[in-house]
Ligand binder design. Structure first.
Ligand code: SF4
Length: 101
């Protein structure tokens, strides 16, 4: 499995995102939770991770971080890999439609 950054680890931020990370990682709900929880192997595991994220005060920032950095594995900000692909696809379509209008 490809190693991915997860907020439950000390994040290795890409350039330009250090300040964003510094603000939200401090308040993450998953500090003391096994990082493997956020890299589930099945849908039941995704639901377990999403329940943690549902109580996280920085879920929006976490999700946007994953989207901005094209993180394809794991549950971030309460979103599964499939959900993030859908969000990105919808945003691309909306952007394209806005440019065409
Ligand atoms: S949204 Fe989930 S994965 Fe992200 S920081 Fe919060 S608890 Fe951790």
């Amino acid at each position: 499995m490809m190693l991915q950054i997860n907020p439950v680890y000390e994040p290795q931020m890409s350039q330009g995102s250090e300040s964003l990370a510094a603000e939200w990682v401090t308040f993450r709900r998953c500090t003391d939770i096994d990082p493997n929880v956020f890299f589930p192997n099945d849908g039941a595991g995704v639901i377990v991770a999403q329940k943690v994220c549902a109580e996280c005060p920085v879920a929006d920032a976490c999700r946007e971080y994953a989207l901005a950095n094209n993180i394809t594995h794991g549950v971030w900000g309460g979103t599964s890999e499939r959900q993030r692909r859908r969000i990105l696809r919808d945003r691309r379509r909306a952007s394209k439609a806005a440019r065409a209008a």
